[in-house]
Design a binder for this molecule. Structure first.
Ligand code: GLC
Length: 646
């Protein structure tokens, strides 16, 4: 039983909690319930003798921050608690977007809320909207302030109006908390540069190369091409500062408890804008230790859980998403382990599934996905995934080498094959992506590109080849069909719902040219969207309508709610990926053919896993009964079936 469940139990005994005094009583109860855990976590990171005063500062801080939360949000927190694990609902369908690239600014986005409703989206991940340095700023992930809205997007009032409007329309919002670093223009960095020792201690700063060199022995490089190394020399300070990402993103030093306490206030200033889910950006990197890779360290988990337990006391309705793009087994740890199970992040990116899907497209087989997904332990019951086929970042090839080897493939050769397949080096491959951060030292590289271009639509349209166009569309729908049904919140990248191609204009933009992730962050194409109801056979129309149909079916079936009710089958045909979702008497089977030729399944095997083959068994996508030929079920190239018995 996690802490959230205890809080839920407490509010369940009182049918109405809405005036300020009552709400405060429940704050006090939450504090009492979480306090020992907060204490243990705090002193596991910060020595008790040295930092006992800081602990009391933290407790005071919780009360102050609670006082700053609006009554409406305090009331909503209680409603969310009562609603249980609302984030696991089949009703949740997400879209990720850059506010300016979607429709100019915050008020432009506000105008477009009906678009989401039409498609069935009720959860938005808005990329950073707060102030950032002019010029290069990593799309706003270099933070000048955690709560000041950048004027290019609008005002704070406009943002709050958007959150209210979204709430009214039943749309949940997610924003990033860039927890690992600030920009070099953030007020603390400015003070540090001006020689203020206190603020130099908010970052990892060193007068000589001695410690940086020690760190470099084990720290990996995130952007080896554009930002090699993990330290930057700052002339004003005459010191080296740790910068694991770009030189203008300074890593925060959480070994200093004041940093934690102040960052908690920053977290709340974001939550108080009216956000439902906070995406903890780059959270695997939060704790640095010499002699290690400084990723996924136990202290980082304790710190995240400390944030979670404090946030839960102040605002129990706000939940956390772990952006941990790390090895499959390590991702699970962000849901909390042992005593902390269910007390860390509620949601995590399913980066393993994402990478495996791209492997399955390139190899035309589902075998590695089957092996990997069935061998990863089940996630805790209160947790869920964000399932996505791609996001604003690059696609990393994060597979378990042992699993690759068990397929009979050499891990290094296989990685090279995938990079070649997606980055235009194989003549037969329809994929059109770019290579991101290739490191010749170890053959590592990642892939960028929009979903449609990576799945062959750009090539197919250029060749005007109807067959390949149809295949690309089928692949786009099949990939989205998986993220919509496998359990968790599907997150569609804005533009992918109409098959938007790569955007090469970043090459002409001095602030983006060094970062080809901008190829997969296209402007929302409202011209094309305006044609959707006028044409019936254009690729954008087919993709949009196909997705809309899938979303509707998902929302009509509570079996798609994530209760760990997923069973993946070892399918005799290696090209077909088969899983089942169950709830009581309802079973839905999802079958996806990753091959470009028709593949078949024998009736005996279908029966053995519970699929009936009479007239009452239908494919929900087409509403037609299954059509068997000679006792075999054929799946056309890249076809997907959502099968429901009677
Ligand atoms: C996350 C973001 C990415 C950014 C990085 C540094 O990984 O998704 O876009 O570059 O953090 O903030």
């Amino acid at each position: 039983m996690n802490q959230a469940e205890l809080h839920r139990y407490l509010v369940s005994k009182e049918p109405k909690i809405d005036d300020a005094q009552q709400l405060k009583t429940y704050f006090d109860l939450r504090l009492a319930t979480n306090l020992s855990l907060i204490k243990s976590l705090f002193f596991s990171l910060y020595n008790e003798k040295e930092y006992v005063d800081q602990f009391y500062v933290l407790i005071e801080q919780l009360e102050t921050l609670y006082g700053q939360r609006s009554l409406a949000l305090q009331q909503q927190d209680i409603e969310r608690l009562r609603a249980g694990n609302w984030y696991q609902s089949e009703q949740m369908v997400g879209m990720q977007l850059y506010v300016d690239r979607f429709n100019k600014n915050i008020s432009g986005l506000n105008e477009k809320l009906p678009y989401f409703k039409d498609l069935g989206i009720n959860f938005l991940h808005l990329m950073p909207v707060t102030t950032r340095p002019a010029g290069e700023n990593d799309g706003g992930y270099a933070v000048n302030s955690y709560h000041e809205i950048d004027p290019r997007y609008g005002t704070k009032d406009e943002f709050v109006a958007l959150t209210k409007n979204a709430r009214k329309k039943g749309i949940f919002l997610m924003l990033d908390f860039v927890v690992n670093h600030t920009s070099d223009e953030f007020e603390w960095a400015k003070k540090a540069k001006a020689g203020n020792a206190k603020y130099q201690g908010y970052y990892y700063t060193y007068p000589t190369r001695h410690i940086p060199d020690e760190f470099e022995k084990t720290l990996p490089e995130i952007f080896p091409q554009s930002a090699p190394g993990n330290f930057t020399y700052n002339k004003e300070m005459e010191k080296w500062v740790m910068t694991c990402f770009n030189h203008y993103q300074w890593d925060l030093n959480y070994r200093n408890p004041e940093v934690f306490i102040e960052m908690l206030a920053n977290l709340m200033s974001l939550a108080n804008l009216g956000v439902d889910v906070i995406r903890f950006d780059a959270l695997a990197f939060l704790w640095k230790k010499l002699g290690t890779q400084s990723q996924n360290l136990p202290e980082a988990h304790a710190l995240i859980s400390l944030f979670r337990m404090c946030l839960q006391v102040i605002a129990p309705g706000v939940i956390l998403l772990a952006e941990a793009i790390v090895a499959p087994r390590n991702i699970l740890k962000y849901f909390g382990e042992g005593m902390l199970e269910g007390n860390e992040c509620e949601i995590a990116y399913n980066a393993s599934l994402m990478a495996l899907l791209w492997n399955s497209i390139a190899t035309k087989q589902a075998s590695l996905m089957l092996k990997s997904l069935t061998e990863i332990p089940t996630k805790p019951k209160d947790a869920t995934w964000i399932n996505y086929i791609r996001c604003h970042d690059d696609i990393g090839l994060g597979y378990d080498d042992n699993f690759i080897a068990s397929m009979g493939w050499d891990p290094r050769v296989h990685k090279e094959f995938l990079l070649n397949y997606y980055c235009g080096k194989l003549a037969w491959s329809p994929a059109k992506g770019l290579m991101f951060m290739y490191n010749p030292k170890n053959g590592d590289g990642r892939i960028t590109g929009s979903a449609a271009s990576l799945l062959g639509l750009e090539t197919a349209l250029a060749q005007n080849n109807k067959n390949i166009i149809d295949y690309a569309i089928a692949k786009i729908l099949m990939m989205h069909g998986i993220i919509l049904t496998i359990g968790g919140i599907p997150m569609i990248y804005a533009g992918d719902e109409i098959g938007t191609l790569n955007d090469y204009t970043f090459e002409q933009d001095a602030d983006h040219v060094n970062d080809n992730r901008w190829v997969n962050r296209p402007l929302q194409d409202w011209n094309t969207i305006s044609t959707l109801n006028k044409t019936s056979d254009s690729p954008p129309t087919i993709i949009f309508k196909g997705l809309k149909n899938m979303i509707r079916i998902r929302k009509d079936h509570t079996v798609f709610k994530d209760t760990n009710n997923l069973k993946i089958y070892g399918c005799p045909n290696p090209h077909i990926f088969v899983y089942e979702r169950t709830e009581g008497e309802c079973n839905i089977y999802i079958l996806s053919n990753f091959n470009e030729v028709t593949e078949k399944l024998d009736i005996g095997w279908l029966h053995s896993i519970g699929i009936q083959t009479g007239n009452t068994t239908i494919d929900l996508l087409t509403d037609h009964p299954l059509e068997l030929i000679n006792n075999e079920l054929p799946l056309k190239p890249f076809q997907q079936l959502w099968i429901k018995n009677s």
